[in-house]
Design a protein around this ligand. Structure first.
Ligand SMILES: Cc1cc2nc3c(=O)[nH]c(=O)nc-3n(C[C@H](O)[C@H](O)[C@H](O)COP(=O)(O)O)c2cc1C
Length: 190
């Protein structure tokens, strides 16, 4: 019989790498806010549907997203990891995070929440469903528009990962994803 050297531990959310994104939200008459979110992902391709998981307690953004029914997912570059960490450790209830970080809010085309100018990719999202799972409420949303900074597009107008420089969040650490291993379907090719 094969000896399998595994140490079994209890259930947890140890799944990595995951992205860390800056999610913007806002209500008329108040400052827009930024929250760092790791619990995010794709749920459907056509139509494009994504989600963010937000704790109801202690998150100013929870109220803003719930009441507005909208948010923007702003994908940061590796160079922005520090500001991502900052936006995930202070609350918009006490701090104007746009002012403190120097990030620039730009009007979106379909939602009232702003885009973050300095983030290379922005997804405008409209909430279609909220699922309460326990610690977090999951805001499932249709993607209404996607924006790329011109500076991260290649000569064919496609996003260039060497320019975007995305990174992953693994076991509470921000880690680079520098080297290309292959591309879709490469295992079937010579
Ligand atoms: C790397 C990182 C990932 C985080 N992911 C989430 C998340 O997925 N959901 C969540 O509710 N809070 C998450 N947080 C915590 C919030 O970002 C943090 O509580 C923030 O200060 C809330 O801001 P707000 O009160 O202005 O909304 C994360 C924090 C960090 C640093």
């Amino acid at each position: 019989m094969a000896i399998i050297n595994k140490v079994t531990v209890g259930p947890s959310t140890v799944l990595f790498p995951v992205p860390t994104v800056l999610v913007t939200s806002g209500l008329a008459g108040s400052n827009p806010n930024i929250i760092t979110i790791a619990w995010t992902g794709v749920m459907n391709s056509e139509p494009p549907v994504v989600y963010v998981g937000v704790r109801p307690e202690g998150r100013h953004s929870h109220r803003l997203i719930k009441e507005s029914g909208e948010y923007v997912i702003n994908i940061p570059s590796a160079a922005q990891a520090r500001v991502v960490d900052y936006c995930g450790t202070v609350s918009g209830r006490h701090v104007d995070k746009f002012k403190e970080t120097g990030l620039t809010p730009v009007p979106a085309s379909h939602v009232k929440a702003p885009l973050i100018a300095e983030c290379p990719v922005n997804l405008e999202c409209k909430v279609r469903q909220v699922v309460s799972l326990g610690s977090h409420d999951v805001f499932i949303a249709d993607v209404l528009a996607v924006h790329y900074s011109e500076s991260v597009l290649n000569e064919k107008g496609r996003p260039d990962l060497d320019k975007i420089k995305p990174y992953g969040y693994c076991l509470n650490e921000y880690r680079l994803m520098s080297d290309k291993l292959g591309s879709f379907g490469y295992s079937r090719k010579e």
